[in-house]
Design a protein around this ligand. Structure first.
Ligand code: NAI
Ligand code: UGA
Length: 431
């Protein structure tokens, strides 16, 4: 099938390379010329395991990139993978989606024959049909239900495991208003749907849009609940990891997403939970539980620094901060809880020395306001430190030697593997 993908970021690039791998002819339409050149040169513009080799294999043949929207006219289906950021007040900002839909609609005006447009970006219910659809109709002169079809197909991949998640998903959700759109998507994903472990959910567009938010809200809530239970466990002197491992054996609950500690960050959970809360309020519903989910999450970094302060007087103290990215396996620092830890340490007069295997440059560039010293290794960050906090659970922090510290005091927000006998103090945030 001939497929065009609008937006070549984490989702668009991953999907393009994977669909080319599945045998489709794919073109990425992207406004950033640097990304376009990188893909056409056979290289990956982002770091994701399994991506570079797929781009290298297909670039120039079944995978191409362009800045020119006219390319969509040679394709049967277009997947919109544009960013859907949040506004200052937390609500969903659709400006980029609207601009992309306008360019796409204008390009489709000169296309003979039918075209299917699929929204893959995370958008609130009503966006596909009430915002994207009308723009496409106005700009293209085509009519939905006649020579234009619209579908919504949310994406559930995680950063760090994007290729594997896309090719081996638990489910594919297709929201479509007509059978021909649904059948085109079934054909597009045929090799994925042939897997025994992938469920196909066919539904209407609004449900598809909300399934994505409900999914992220559920996972973020699960981690906040696990953190609240962990905070309570800590008060009782109990180990939350042992408690929740047992709880997870209940098939209704599941063992996954049970890691308590510093909380959730990243480019998705925070923005999507906020957008859903703002959207719910706009609809007249007060999302009390989701408000609490965010409040619990926001309190964890302060709790970690409070815990450290019970062992170290922070004014003037040199504190090693291990990990800056929002989770291991990525250099993404958006809404990383580690940044909140740095802010709390700074506010209390400490001198943070941070180390991360891949994310330091991103923090340096995007947060010049932070007064942090950066180290080139964990050992260098720990040198002469009066205490250390673990903010991201990178595997390389497991079984680390805490040699060289002025005082071997370690407060862990991610449950790394530690030989406590080597330390003066080892405290987990929730155990
Ligand atoms: N990052 C993730 O792990 C996941 C993201 N999502 C959702 O997918 C959507 C896309 O997210 P990401 O790929 O992370 O975004 P991103 O920010 O990594 O990439 C978006 C790309 O679109 C390009 N772009 C912006 N305006 C454009 C335009 N008018 N025409 C063509 N290209 C344009 C940007 O230059 C950028 O390269 C969002 O709605 C997000 O919530 C869903 C599942 C996973
Ligand atoms: O909508 C999105 O973009 C994506 O958001 C998340 O994916 P991602 O943000 O890449 O990362 P996760 O692995 O879900 O982790 C999110 C945050 O939760 C934290 N977390 C996760 C699991 C856990 O047990 N404990 C915990 O604190 C992680 O450290 C991280 O900060 C979802 O898992 C994806 O399904 C979804 O597609």
């Amino acid at each position: 099938m001939n497929v065009s993908i609008i937006g070549s970021g984490y989702v668009g690039t991953t999907i393009a390379a994977c669909l080319a791998d599945l045998g489709h002819d794919v073109i990425n339409v992207e406004i950033d010329e640097g990304i376009v050149e990188t893909i056409n040169a056979g290289e990956a513009p982002i770091h994701e395991s399994g991506l570079a080799e797929r781009i290298a294999e297909h670039a120039g043949t079944t995978l191409r990139a362009t800045t020119d929207y006219a390319a969509v006219r040679d394709t049967d289906v277009t997947l919109l993978c544009l960013p859907t950021p949040q506004s200052e007040d937390g609500s969903l900002d659709l400006a980029i989606m609207q601009a992309g839909a306008e360019s796409l609609g204008r390009a489709l005006a000169d296309k003979d024959g039918d075209h299917l447009v699929v929204v893959k970006s995370t958008v609130l219910p009503g966006t596909t049909e009430d915002v994207v659809g009308p723009i496409l109709e106005d700009e293209s002169g085509k009519r939905i239900g006649e020579d234009l079809s619209l579908a919504m197909n949310p994406e559930f991949l995680r950063m760090g495991t994007a290729v594997e998640d896309f090719l081996e998903p638990d489910k594919v959700v297709v929201g479509a208003t007509n059978e021909s759109a649904a059948s085109t998507l079934r054909e597009l994903y045929a090799p994925i749907l042939d897997r025994d472990d992938t469920d196909l959910v066919e539904t209407d567009i609004r449900e598809a849009e909300l399934i994505k938010y409900a999914n992220n809200a559920f996972l973020a809530s699960k981690v906040s609940l696990v953190n609240e239970l962990g905070n309570i466990a800590k008060e009782y002197g109990a180990d939350a990891y042992e408690v929740l491992e047992a709880v997870g054996l209940d098939g209704r609950i599941s063992e996954r997403f049970m890691r308590s500690g510093l909380g959730w960050g990243g480019s998705c959970f925070p923005k999507d939970v906020d957008a859903l809360r703002a959207g719910a309020r706009e609809q007249g519903y007060d999302p009390a539980l989701l408000d609490a989910v965010v409040a619990v999450n926001d309190a964890q970094p302060r709790r970690l620094v409070d815990l450290l302060e019970t062992h170290v007087s922070l004014e003037g103290a040199r504190i090693a901060v291990l990990g800056l990215s929002f989770k291991p396996g990525t250099d993404d620092i958006r809404k990383s809880r580690a940044l909140d830890v740095l802010e709390h340490l700074e506010a209390r007069g400490a001198h943070p020395v941070a180390y991360d295997p891949v994310a330091i440059e991103n923090v340096r560039e995007s947060r010049p306001d932070l007064e942090v010293e950066y180290a080139e290794s964990a050992a260098e960050a720990l040198e002469e430190a009066d205490g250390a906090v673990v903010a991201t659970g990178w595997p390389e922090f497991d079984d680390l030697a805490f040699d060289g510290m002025a005082r071997r005091i370690v407060v862990d927000g991610r449950r790394i593997s530690v030989d406590e006998a080597d330390l003066e103090v080892y405290e987990g945030l929730t155990w």
